[in-house]
Structure formats: structure tokens, C-alpha cells
Design a binder for this molecule. Structure first.
Ligand SMILES: *[C@@H]1O[C@H](CO)[C@@H](O)[C@H](O)[C@H]1NC(C)=O
Ligand SMILES: *[C@@H]1O[C@H](CO)[C@@H](O)[C@H](O)[C@H]1NC(C)=O
Length: 360
């Protein structure tokens, strides 16, 4: 019996060798499965030796392509890009500045994750974010390029139960988790037959984000609603306001196919506030609510996530957003985003390139 369970020295060696092989194979699988594979990690170290870089964070290809095609951007010759975790980080220069250009994909989750990856992997001295946005300020026009001083995430809600009025404490409010400081959107104000009819959806209160700054105590939260962009960047952006911008989708019109131009030349404007949420706003009533309650101009789906991550990681940040439509319709320009989105993207690129040249 005992003989069966004991093993010879030769058998022990074989078992040990087998275990080592299994362990090594497991380690190889782990390295392969890690977010940063070994060869990508080597690439990251190589890139960082030539840092620091300015991070250029762009929502989607439609906004990034004009930058990649722009003569202002020269791709790096030796290592033009690195792919990590489903994102492509492109290296090169814009004017004198070394840049890393990365596309986030749509929405708050994608843009937050991509910005965190960018800042975690690379030696980044600041972030310029640009794209197109919906407009909430009827005094501005399609094609105008805005640079807000503050951004808020307007997609974190506490939805109050039916029957409770604004004077009633929210669920978990006493814990300090939620507040009645921002918002509130009351659905009974939006009945088509006029307000005050009551609505089972009652109302929502907008909530500040829980933030965990890199230089703070881990897991010790703070709350932030209006997140400021970098003060120096914002100051510098004043120089953009005199910049001439393209007015026409195409210029050489013919009798059958005329040139398509905006009614007036677009301009760059620094504004107070912008907001973002993973919500495409094509609704005039909601646009007017955001304008009157929060005073925002651009409405988009990424900027606040990028600024929330940049601020927590201590990276200077600015966002440049060109207005592609009056969110929810109602402007003098017909067709709006469909016709002018490409022009708006082009102008956002032009302003971002100009801003980057001011940094060098
Ligand atoms: C929303 O408005 C209705 C009708 O005026 C009111 O009864 C209700 O208390 C309001 N709810 C909130 C959360 O303000
Ligand atoms: C200009 O662009 C508009 C909108 O895309 C199009 O309808 C029109 O035919 C174009 N004109 C020329 C001359 O290309």
C-alpha cells in the first residue's frame, strides 16, 4: 500500500519538471492575456524615452481623420503607432510638439478608459481633446468652435420616487452619496398639453461624480460636478478667438450644384460651460433645460469623462468642440449636422492644431 503512494527519485524529478513546464506555460498565457503584452510594454518604454508628449484625444474616426490627413501632423517614422487594449496610440509631431493621438470611441466609458490608458502608459504633459458637439446656446451658430471653462457629467442621476416633492430627501442622501444641489429635471413640466399634470416619472437630480485624485488617499472619495479645464490652457485659448475659420462645405459651386456655405463665418468662442453624457441629445426641450438650468453651450458625449480623468491624474486639459447643430433642431440653417458636420470637424481640427502650436 505504502509503496503505491511513494515515488522513486526519478519519478519525483519528472513530476517536478512537468510542474515547471506547466507553470511556465501558465505564465506565458498570463503575459499574453495581460492588457500590455511584453512587446507592447517594450514599445511603451521606447516611446517614453522620447517624451513628454501632448495627448490628443479624439472621439471618433470622423473627427480624427482630418487631423491625420492634415499637413500639420507628421507621423513618427520609426514607430508610428502602438496598439494596446484595443486602442491605437499614434505618435508624431504637430508643429514642434510631440503628440500621441488616440481615438476613444463613442461615449463616457470609452473616453474615460482611453484617457486613463493614455495617462497610465505614456509620459503625457497635457491633453487636448477636440470634436464636434450639439449646441445649446441659440446665440451661437453652427460651425462656431467653443472652448468651455468648466465641464460637467450630466448622466449621473438620482431618480426620485413618484409622490416625493423637491423638499423630500433623496434615497441615500443622508449618507452623503447624493445631493439635491444640481438638476432637477421634473418630467411633469414637459407634458405636451402643458405642465403640472403630474407624471409617474416624477423627477431626477443630477449628481456630482465621485472622484479619486491620484495624489489623494486611495478609496477616499471627493465629489465634483463642474470640473475646470487647465487655467493656463484656457488663458492661452483667448488667442484663438481671432482665428479665421472655414465657412463652406465646398466652394466651387456650379449652376446645378451650388457651393454650400454657412450663413455667416464661424468663430472661436471661449464659453463658461459644457456638459457630456452617454446620451445623444436631439431634443429641443432637453437642450433648453440644459441651457437654462446649467448654462451650458456645447453638449457632447465624451469631454467631461476626459476632463474627469485628466483632473484626477493631474494632467492639464482643454476641450475644443465645434457646434455641428442646434441640438433638437430649430436653427435657421437647414439640414444642419448632416451637411455641416464635416465642416465642423474640419474646423475643430484647425483650432486644435492652432492651439497646439501656441503651446510650443
Ligand atoms: C414635479 O412636479 C409635480 C407637479 O408640479 C410635483 O407634484 C412634484 O412634486 C415635482 N417633483 C419634483 C421631484 O420636483
Ligand atoms: C456641396 O456640398 C453639398 C452638401 O454636401 C452638395 O449638396 C453640393 O452638391 C456640393 N456642391 C459641389 C459644387 O460640390
Amino acid at each position: 500500500m505504502a509503496a503505491r503512494s511513494s515515488s522513486s527519485p526519478a519519478q519525483t524529478t519528472t513530476t517536478l519538471a512537468l510542474l515547471l513546464v506547466v507553470a511556465a506555460a501558465a505564465a506565458a498565457v498570463a503575459a499574453e492575456a495581460a492588457a500590455v503584452a511584453a512587446d507592447a510594454a517594450r514599445g511603451v518604454r521606447q516611446v517614453n524615452r522620447r517624451g513628454p508628449y501632448l495627448g490628443v484625444v479624439v472621439p471618433n474616426g470622423f473627427e480624427m481623420e482630418p487631423l491625420l490627413r492634415s499637413p500639420a501632423f507628421s507621423p513618427a517614422k520609426k514607430l508610428p503607432y502602438l496598439d494596446v487594449a484595443g486602442r491605437r496610440f499614434r505618435f508624431g509631431t504637430i508643429g514642434e510638439k510631440k503628440v500621441i493621438i488616440v481615438m476613444t470611441g463613442l461615449g463616457m466609458l470609452n473616453s474615460g478608459v482611453t484617457t486613463q490608458l493614455l495617462l497610465t502608459l505614456f509620459d503625457v504633459e497635457g491633453i487636448v481633446h477636440f470634436g464636434i458637439a450639439g449646441n445649446a446656446d441659440p446665440d451661437l451658430h453652427i460651425g462656431d468652435v467653443t472652448v468651455p471653462r468648466y465641464w460637467a457629467h450630466t448622466g449621473l442621476w438620482n431618480w426620485q420616487r413618484y409622490g416625493d416633492g423637491p423638499e423630500k430627501e433623496l434615497a441615500l442622501e443622508s449618507n452623503g452619496d447624493y445631493t439635491r444641489k444640481y438638476g432637477a429635471l421634473n418630467f411633469s413640466d414637459y407634458g405636451v398639453a402643458g405642465g403640472g399634470g403630474g407624471n409617474l416619472l416624477n423627477g431626477v437630480w443630477y449628481q456630482p461624480e465621485e472622484v479619486f485624485p491620484a495624489d489623494g488617499t486611495p478609496e477616499s472619495r471627493r465629489h465634483e460636478f463642474w470640473v475646470p479645464v487647465d487655467g493656463r490652457y484656457y488663458q492661452l485659448a483667448q488667442k484663438l478667438e481671432a482665428m479665421p475659420l472655414e465657412r463652406c462645405v465646398n466652394r466651387t459651386g456650379t449652376a446645378t450644384s451650388p457651393a454650400t456655405c454657412l450663413a455667416r463665418a464661424p468663430a472661436v468662442a471661449r464659453v463658461e460651460r459644457g456638459c457630456s453624457a452617454s446620451v445623444f441629445v436631439d431634443n429641443a426641450a432637453y437642450r433648453q433645460f440644459l441651457r437654462s438650468r446649467l448654462g451650458v453651450t456645447p453638449i457632447d458625449m465624451e469631454s467631461a469623462a476626459v476632463v474627469l480623468v485628466a483632473a484626477q491624474q493631474g494632467a492639464p486639459f482643454i476641450a475644443i468642440r465645434s457646434l455641428s447643430d442646434l441640438a433638437g433642431g430649430g436653427s435657421a440653417e437647414s439640414n444642419e449636422a448632416g451637411v455641416f458636420a464635416a465642416l465642423a470637424a474640419q474646423n475643430a481640427v484647425a483650432v486644435a492644431v492652432k492651439f497646439i502650436s501656441l503651446l510650443s
